[in-house]
Design a protein around this ligand. Structure first.
Ligand code: 8GP
Length: 811
């Protein structure tokens, strides 16, 4: 139901000027974009604050069930435009700025991305926050208030250099509100023993524990034109006054502040591991403590907390939640074990985001029991009872053994999340199937009822109305405005995909977006790219399984094709990369170096000219994605089949009219099902073929290298000096591909990739055919709205009902 704020341009101008004058005490004309941004943000705060208060009051008055989404990452990017769009006043504000003679774009760009996340997982968490508010469900986020977001990437001499991302800077987070009254204490370390509590009960007694204060900062999450404001709660650490004497030096304090300093501190050392475990426990414990407190305010029995509360464990980082919840119920509120366990398993649910084993966190029992002694005791008890119960049910012994929480001196966090909850989901159909048949197969055999799939989604409003305003207007022109409120109305575009005038309009839209990106490329890299070329884009974290290197191998092949035959007929291409490599991931960084040196070689070769360009855009992040994605003709989604759990950028590219170059992996498969086989370009092995290689061990990369002359030449290019200044990186790549037998089967998929790319070139030259494909992608992208994904989570996992409309909702 649509409901926008009523705000005239004149009223906005008055409000804005008043806030500005109160805050900045200078003339509007003299203000920097940052000063204007701050004043605008504060104006908006005044608009949504009454809605926020009302939402909280109405949820507690009606005793609505609330789902809490626990995640170590949230990656909202910039919030200004989203907040304006969702309040329904984006156009009014833009108009107001025009009347004031101010540059809205400069002001919007003054906002620093809120980058409290790495990539897909964090962006999905942020998308879910938006969709929860938009669908109206009571779903709140729970995470950490990092002072530094994901590192800022600079490219120096072709190498990635990591700088701190001081997003918080001196301005702080303009959207947040500190909630002192909800602060709680969190305990680490020390010794715990059980003492007699009378009536035959025992209670834990702590000695020498470190007690830290967790203080929440709430960031409002606005629903799209519905007056709903949900809450993203980010925890910060402080030293409680009564313990200040324990931290006499600044260095002592810094060690505490480290808990909320950075996302994923380097965990290659024991100290680093300890810090990470502390972060995870800190946000989980603080969140759960306040959830129980606010539940009890309703005066309902604690045993029934699952009727009003769901806790979602986003990947394994908050997977200590079931044990901590047990601790709170038993130790802090005196509940019996069985009642507490019943409540816990009904409250908890878990999403897995990758089958890569490094993400299924494990802690050594030594470290875990040192940092969290009481929680460790509880985990051991959960584990023992699990064994006993499974034994009593006659479950297969080997399976039970494989699914234990404490095993071989390690605490398996995913196992705790699964045993301690009622739901496990993957993030695309193929991924969920793989969890069932491979990664978590023993769990699936023992408790199949817990497994379900929830294919990811994206906030389509951001990727069209905010990132691609001209595309949005063109959609309006052809099918009307309804799609802006009901994304499924976008399907009406199917009727015009073959209309030559519509095709022409959408072609022009893409050209404009390409021009915008081309200008940015020239400005930031000095490389001139022609918008007549195909813009072929791969933007995502750099990881071997995502196979940026396969893309590079194809580029090398094209390079040789042109060098061999400079006069040949060639469809020009611009290859655009954006990718951060994890700071400790050496091989990924070598790939970045090679891409940059290859780019230098190609971009400066006059014989190549505009036929081929390669660009690496540094510091890929949400706001840069908003510039890049709408400009793409080709979306590279080329992970080894089975490895990319879902992908979400694939959905954003599709929605803005790029054609996907895809392996049958993750959500690519579901994209194919929506657009039809002929409107996507598929290549490469299937997951079953990949698994066949795993089973038979028959893969021989060296044989392919030796027998395929094209491959041979391409791979030699890494080491024969053709690409200057990357000798050692080139040999690492050579070794990975040939000497160490090519873990991600690039050589096997190479020829099929090259053929698929040739098909793309031919298709692009047939503009009618290409525009048909491109528009089919836009027209059928509605399936991937995170609003629908979140509805499924709300209904099928969290069992929420839609809260009644508040005062701010239209009748
Ligand atoms: C990502 C998956 O790689 C991606 O396919 C998926 O779309 C996205 O999650 C959202 O579901 N996984 C991660 O970002 C991930 O596993 N990160 C953890 C290791 C930190």
């Amino acid at each position: 139901m649509e409901q926008t704020m009523e705000l005239t341009t004149d009223q906005f101008i008055r409000d804005f000027e008043q806030t500005f004058n109160e805050q900045q005490q200078t003339l509007l004309q003299n203000a920097t974009p940052t000063e204007l941004f701050l004043a605008l943000a504060h104006t908006i705060r005044q608009y949504y604050t009454p809605m926020w208060l009302e939402r909280n009051e109405s949820l507690s008055a009606r005793q609505e069930k609330i789902a809490y989404y626990f995640s170590i990452e949230f990656l909202p990017g910039r919030m200004l435009e989203t907040n304006l769009l969702n309040l329904g006043i984006l156009d009014t504000v833009k108009e107001g700025f025009t009347q004031l003679g101010l540059d809205f774009t400069a002001v919007k760009n003054a906002e620093h991305d809120m980058a409290l996340g790495n990539g897909g997982l964090g962006r999905l968490a942020a998308a879910f926050m938006d969709s929860l508010a938009t669908t109206g469900y009571a779903g709140f986020g729970n995470g950490l208030r990092y002072k530094y977001g994901l590192f800022k990437q600079r490219i120096v001499d072709g190498y990635q250099v990591e700088l701190p991302d001081a997003w918080f800077g001196s301005l702080g987070n303009v959207w947040e509100t500190r909630k002192d009254h909800d602060a709680v204490n969190v305990r680490f370390f020390g010794n715990v023993y059980m003492a007699d509590a009378g009536e035959g009960k025992l209670k834990p007694v702590y000695s020498n524990a470190q007690v830290l204060r967790a203080v929440p900062y709430d960031v409002p999450q606005l629903g799209y034109k519905n007056g709903v404001v949900n809450n993203l709660r980010l925890w910060d650490v402080e030293i409680p006054e009564e313990y200040e004497l324990n931290y006499p030096t600044i260095a002592d304090r810094r060690r505490v502040e480290d808990i909320t300093a950075v996302l994923y501190p380097d965990d290659s050392t024991e100290e680093g591991k300890k810090l990470r475990l502390m972060q995870e426990y800190f946000m989980t414990s603080a969140g759960l403590q306040t959830i129980v407190k606010s539940y009890l305010k309703m005066g309902l029995p604690l045993e029934k907390i699952y009727e009003k509360v769901s806790v979602h464990i986003n990947d394994t980082h908050p997977a200590v939640a079931p044990a901590e919840f047990m601790r709170i119920l038993i130790d802090d509120y005196g509940m019996e074990w069985d009642a507490a366990w019943n409540a816990t398993t009904k409250v908890m649910s878990y999403t897995n985001h990758t089958i890569l084993s490094e993400a299924l966190e494990k802690w050594s029992t030594g470290l875990f029991s040192f940092v969290l002694p009481r929680v460790f005791q509880i985990i051991v008890e959960i584990d023992n009872r699990y064994m006993a119960q499974m034994g009593a049910q006659g479950a297969d012994y080997a399976r039970v053994e494989n699914t234990r929480i404490v095993r071989n001196g390690q605490v398996h966090m995913a196992h705790l999340a699964i045993i301690g909850g009622h739901s496990v989901n993957g993030v695309a159909q193929i991924h969920t199937e793989l969890l069932k048949e491979d990664t978590l197969r023993d769990f699936y055999a023992l408790t199949p009822e817990k497994f379900n799939n929830k294919t990811n989604g994206i906030v389509q409003r951001r990727w069209t109305q905010i990132a691609a305003p001209v595309l949005s207007q063109t959609i309006d022109k052809w099918i009307g405005f309804e799609w802006r409120n009901d994304i499924h109305a976008l399907r009406a575009l199917n009727d015009v995909v073959d209309n030559p005038r519509a095709q022409n309009d959408f072609w022009e839209v893409k050209q404009l977006a390409k021009k915008r990106l081309a200008d940015y490329i020239e400005e930031t890299t000095g490389v001139h790219v022609s918008t007549d070329a195909i813009f072929d884009v791969q933007v995502k974290r750099l990881h071997a399984y995502k196979r940026q290197l396969l893309n590079v191998m194809h580029i090398i092949k094209l390079y040789w094709d042109i060098k061999d035959n400079p006069e040949g007929d060639f469809t020009p291409r611009v290859f655009i990369f954006g990718a951060k490599a994890a700071p400790g991931y050496h091989f990924a960084k070598s790939i970045i170096k090679v891409i940059n040196e290859l780019a230098n070689l190609i971009n400066n070769d006059p014989e190549i000219g505009d036929k081929l360009k390669v660009v690496f855009l540094e510091n890929y992040r949400v706001s840069l994605a908003e510039l890049i994605i709408p400009a793409a003709n080709v979306s590279e989604q080329i992970s080894l089949a089975s490895k990319e759990a879902s992908g979400t950028s694939n959905m954003k590219f599709m929605m803005t009219g790029a054609v996907t170059m895809a392996t049958l992996d993750g959500a690519n498969i579901e994209i194919r099902d929506e657009v039809g086989e002929e409107n996507i370009v598929i290549f490469g092995m299937t997951k079953d073929e990949v698994y066949h290689h795993y089973e038979t061990h028959d893969y021989n990369a060296r044989y392919l290298y030796d027998t395929d002359p094209v491959l041979h030449r391409v791979i030699n290019t890494f080491v024969d000096g053709t690409i200057p200044r990357c000798q050692s990186e080139g040999s690492e790549i050579f070794d990975a591909l040939v000497t160490y037998n090519d873990e991600y089967f690039l050589l096997e998929d190479f020829q099929s990739y090259v053929a698929a790319q040739a098909r793309v070139s031919a298709l692009y030259r047939d503009r009618e055919r290409w525009m048909h494909m491109s528009m089919m992608n836009i027209a059928n992208s509605d399936k991937f709205t995170s609003d629908d994904t979140i509805r499924q989570y709300a209904e099928e996992i969290w069992h929420l009902s839609l809260p009644h409309a508040g005062r701010h909702r239209a009748a």
